[in-house]
Design a binder for this molecule. Structure first.
Ligand code: TA6
Length: 305
């Protein structure tokens, strides 16, 4: 009797007490656990769907109608936008945010050490239709669960042409009430306002959400902190290899139009995205590589927030 995909994954990659594979949201996922922290990673899109730090509660928002295998990216968690961020720069008929976030990635390694658990997935970008993307590249996503959650997206240009890469770890952070959160770490940074591209204002002070917000902060390699009074916590997003940070909430009208947020879904997440976007384009010569990394953690709500 042939093994099911999940059985084959467990046979090849399970790590006792640390990594096992299950069917969740109608598709194969890896369930990681380490010293009381847990994470769930779908092989589709190499998408982190859940991260619960030890002693804490869920840090990632996932649509209540999230399902794998629908041919569309799952709304929530940490979608991987690659090898372009947002609409394709020249051809609007190409999928927004690139072509890997709904594709099946391949698990290449798992490990469990005393200090943490790690899994690595790769996407075979050599088999891409040149009409969709006329380059060759290797791309891997690694997830490391320690006392924080570290996600790294690495690209190597394996072709003979120069790649202009934009990308993002499009993180949906779970919040109690989006209009109560205070987002700090971007003060003084200039941003592209996607709702008014003619503007390029400079952020003054912390960010609050009281309408649709869709901004690409430039020159920002800073750690961003989201203070959430209703869940009585802060979430920190530290990063490397990224000089742009996207802040997005669709609010009511766009939220309803998206149709996959669930009722009032917009109230319970804010996207803080570790990106190379806007003017922050990574140009990779043949053989060159670039790594985009973010690390999520949580802490107490500071009185001053
Ligand atoms: O990251 C912000 C953004 O580019 C918004 O403009 C909005 O389109 C969002 O991504 C979600 O895009 P998606 O294709 O996942 O619906």
């Amino acid at each position: 009797m042939a093994m099911t995909p999940v059985e084959a994954l467990n046979a090849g990659f399970a790590q006792s007490g640390a990594i096992r594979f299950e069917t969740r949201f109608d598709g194969p996922v890896a369930c990681l656990s380490h010293r009381g922290s847990t994470a769930i990673v779908a092989l589709q899109g190499a998408q982190v769907l859940s991260y619960v730090p030890a002693g804490g509660t869920e840090l990632l928002w996932l649509s209540p109608v999230a399902r794998l295998g629908t041919g569309k990216a799952v709304r929530g968690g940490i979608p991987v936008c690659w090898p372009w961020f947002g609409p394709h720069p020249e051809d609007g008929s190409k999928p927004a945010h690139g072509f890997v976030r709904a594709a099946l990635w391949h698990l290449t390694a798992t490990s469990a050490e005393h200090d943490g658990v790690r899994m690595v997935l790769d996407f075979d970008a050599t088999a891409i239709d040149p009409a969709l993307w006329p380059h060759q590249a290797g791309v891997t996503l690694s997830v490391e669960l320690r006392d924080k959650l570290k996600v790294t997206l690495e690209t190597v240009n394996t072709g003979s042409t120069e790649i202009a890469l934009t990308q993002a770890l499009h993180t949906y952070l779970a919040v109690g009430e989006v209009c109560d959160v205070v987002i700090s770490g971007l003060d003084g940074r200039r941003y592209i306002d996607q709702l008014d591209p003619s503007a390029a204002p400079v952020q003054s002070g912390p960010i609050r959400i009281a309408a649709e917000v869709d901004r690409i902060y430039q020159g920002s390699s800073d750690t961003v902190t989201v203070a959430d009074p209703s869940l009585k916590r802060t979430i920190q997003i530290a990063k490397a290899g990224s000089a742009s940070t996207v802040v997005w909430n669709p609010w009511t009208v766009k939220g309803a139009r998206l149709g996959d947020l669930g009722a009032d879904g917009y109230r319970h997440f804010v996207c803080i995205e570790t990106a190379n976007a806007g003017a922050d384009i990574k140009t990779l010569r043949p053989g060159a590589r670039h790594s985009l990394m973010q690390e999520l953690s949580t802490g107490p709500l500071l009185k001053s927030a």
